[in-house]
Design a protein around this ligand. Structure first.
Ligand SMILES: [Fe+2]
Length: 326
């Protein structure tokens, strides 16, 4: 079955992914992980929330840690080009039968919240509080030296349906994995900002958040982080890698935060801005799609994820089994 053609003139203009709100059970434990270990910068905090940005970012937050009873995922945020895009987005979602409401969000201008057809909570805004540049304040570079949020990855019970929705609002596919007979999509990587992806979907019990990724300067920053985590009580939080992906060609490491939220540390994928870029197909049975060097991903990587607030996951419709480690 053919993959859908890109929508080159979408109903509204999304610039890039922006931020996510993660519920955590212990703000101080999360602060030790995200700030003291990874090196994200605190932009504001109180006894309910910690707002963080990475070192290249001018917007107020790329991740919000919010205190709660269990580690769940909340809104995935996207920046649109201008205010009018928000009105066009609302009209588009309503036309599709999706509720879309204006909400007040601290440090953000007019913000539109909706859910995708599978229930993933989304929010869109045009303007966020802007902060002074710190990318040349090298004294602030700590931990893995995170530069910017790079992408979201979600389990989807129906990847083709996810691709259809995000395709319709302008996300363009860069790479995908097919089932053996080519009849169904197992996974898809889709972008707005000109990298391999702003968002990706993998077949599985979902929707659930699989991971959030941060871009770092070099693979050596990832090696340094591993040395630090291995000697500061975080060895059990190292889940997969380091390695080089087949899909995306990026260097990667997967780690888990104190509540089990999976964070990917990521660098060096490639430019994808051409509107006629041909998506790259991977075979589900090819172990090099996961890791170019051949090492399979652990079972936890295929099975564990975090639920989104207010949505009950369902079983995936595909039955194929990926290659996993014993
Ligand atoms: Fe990723």
């Amino acid at each position: 079955m053919a993959i859908p053609a890109s929508v080159l003139h979408p109903p509204f203009n999304i610039v890039r992914l922006s931020h996510i709100v993660l519920t955590v059970t212990d703000l101080q434990a999360s602060r030790a992980f995200y700030v003291d270990t990874l090196g994200l910068q605190v932009t504001s905090e109180d006894d309910r929330r910690i707002y963080l940005r990475a070192l290249e970012e001018r917007g107020h937050h790329c991740i919000v840690l919010e205190k709660g009873d269990a580690g769940i995922a909340n809104e995935m945020g996207f920046k649109v080009f201008e205010e009018d895009d928000l009105d066009r987005a609302k009209a588009h979602f309503n036309k599709r039968g999706l509720a879309a409401d204006w909400v007040d969000v601290t440090h953000q201008g007019r913000t539109l919240r909706t859910r995708d057809p599978q229930g993933i909570p989304l929010e869109f805004y045009a303007r966020m509080d802007r902060l002074p540049a710190i990318h040349q304040k090298y004294a602030l570079y700590k931990g893995v030296k995170p530069l910017r949020i790079d992408h979201f990855n979600c389990f989807s019970p129906d990847v083709r349906a996810s691709v259809e929705f995000y395709n319709s609002i302008g996300f363009r596919m860069t790479e995908y994995t097919d089932t053996e007979d080519g009849s169904e999509l197992w996974a898809a990587w889709m972008h707005r900002k000109g990298g391999v992806h702003d968002i990706a979907f993998t077949n599985g019990f979902g929707p659930r958040l699989h991971h959030v990724a941060f871009w770092v300067p070099t693979p050596l920053n990832i090696i340094d982080l591993l040395d630090v985590m291995a000697t500061t009580g975080y060895v059990g939080n190292i889940e997969r890698g380091p390695g080089r992906h087949g899909v995306s060609n990026a260097f990667f490491l997967y780690i888990r935060d104190p509540d089990g939220h999976r964070i990917e540390i990521y660098c060096s994928d490639y430019q994808t801005v051409d509107p006629d870029l041909e998506p790259i197909r991977w075979d589900l049975k090819d172990p090099q799609r996961q890791t170019l060097w051949g090492a399979p991903a652990p079972r936890s990587w295929f099975e564990e994820g975090r639920v989104f607030r207010g949505v009950e996951p369902s079983m995936s419709k595909l039955k194929s089994t990926p290659i996993v480690a014993p």
